[in-house]
Design a protein around this ligand. Structure first.
Ligand code: KG4
Ligand code: ZN
Length: 341
């Protein structure tokens, strides 16, 4: 089955062609980062308009890259939520219009299920069951995964998502949007131990997270440095390193707890923050100590992309699921509401 996948939940237009027999045939992405950078974050209306502009050229591009023609496409998968409603509507309307014109089925995919399954596109995919750490700009969740659509939420952030904490902290110390890759880059030059951030909610039991206090801690520390006449690049690097270490260690502690609680030894990390090298290294260390394995996607499939949507949609389509022609999207959509395969 050849599936066209469309991702438009936020500031990336992702398009891909996935074939159930041949694997991923083509993948194209247009990132709107430059468009939003001057505003320090995503401007929803600008995002929607740009998705409209990029969608059809990207579909033509993947068809050409894959050496396919439109009539070979068997079905269309699109992100139906969660995300920015206007942006989601662009992908949904485009998918439904093409599905109607080509007389093929369409399916709305849950964006976080897309992230969760992205490591399945890699060479050694994880087997079920596993624990998943979903860490993106909008979500920080620990989920027990027994199969596609069999999700049990173990814990989540009570306030900011991990990616959001990276973005907000970066903005406070004068770095560009998106902050995650910027902080990771500066952290490489940071001096360990100059600043020490708290590890929120690690001193009490449970799998909940809270990251909003870290940005306040970063702001206060940055203010103190500036008041003392130090707003140097090195201080930004040292702050970035201390902040990143706090997030990474907190996530690692909670993952270890979730694995112990479930008795599982497989951990999948997915979403934009799973591209973070320090996080990957720390989790690999931890999994090594309990003789387990950690799985993640290649960096361009950790952040938003069309390939994960084509893949997730394909699994559900193969199981006989699809959508009627209604164009409906959901800004909020708990993943546990998804039906099993
Ligand atoms: O999954 P994603 O592309 O979009 C959402 O679904 O939210 O995640 C984007 C988030 C942003 O907050 C970005 O700063 C963060 O992922 N991110 C990173 C890295 N690359 C992206 N955070 C830390 N380190 C990175 N290398
Ligand atoms: Zn995402």
């Amino acid at each position: 089955m050849l599936v066209l996948g469309l991702e438009t939940s936020c500031d990336e237009t992702g398009v891909a062609l996935y074939d159930s027999e041949r694997g991923l045939l083509a993948d194209a992405l247009f990132s709107q980062i430059d468009l939003h950078r001057v505003f320090g974050g995503v401007v929803p209306e600008l995002a929607s308009r740009d998705h409209v502009k990029r969608m059809l050229p990207l579909i033509r591009q993947v068809l050409e890259e894959a050496g396919c023609v439109a009539t070979e496409i068997d079905a269309i998968a699109y992100t139906a939520g969660p995300g920015l409603v206007g942006a989601l509507l662009v992908g949904a309307s485009c998918a439904q219009a093409l599905a109607f014109a080509w007389d093929i089925p369409a399916i709305g995919v849950h964006h976080m299920e897309g992230h969760l399954l992205a490591p399945m596109l890699e060479e050694n995919p994880p087997e079920f069951p596993f624990v998943a750490l979903l860490v993106s700009g909008g979500h920080t969740q620990l989920v027990r995964v027994d199969g596609i659509g069999q999700y049990e939420l173990l814990g989540e952030s009570l306030d900011d998502a991990a990616g959001e904490a990276f973005d907000k902290t970066a903005k406070l110390i004068g770095l560009n949007y998106p902050g995650g890759p910027e902080i990771a880059r500066l952290a490489e030059q940071g001096v360990p131990g100059r600043f020490v951030f708290p590890r929120p909610m690690t001193d009490r039991p449970g799998l909940e997270f809270s990251f909003s206090g870290l940005k306040t801690f970063a702001l206060n520390t940055w203010q103190q440095c500036k008041n003392a006449g130090d707003d140097s690049e090195q201080t930004r690097c040292d702050l970035s390193l201390a902040f990143q270490q706090a997030v990474v260690e907190t996530l690692t502690i909670k993952c270890k707890r979730a694995l112990k609680q479930t008795g599982l030894k497989r951990l999948v990390i997915a979403g934009g923050v799973s591209a973070n090298k320090a996080l990957r290294a720390s989790l690999e260390d931890m999994l090594g100590s309990i003789k387990g394995n950690v799985y993640y996607a290649r960096p361009q499939f950790c952040t938003d992309n069309g390939a994960m949507i084509a893949y997730a949609g394909c699994q559900r389509l193969l199981a006989g699921q699809h959508q009627d022609l209604a164009i409906s999207v959901q800004a909020r959509w708990p993943m546990e509401q998804l039906p099993p395969l």
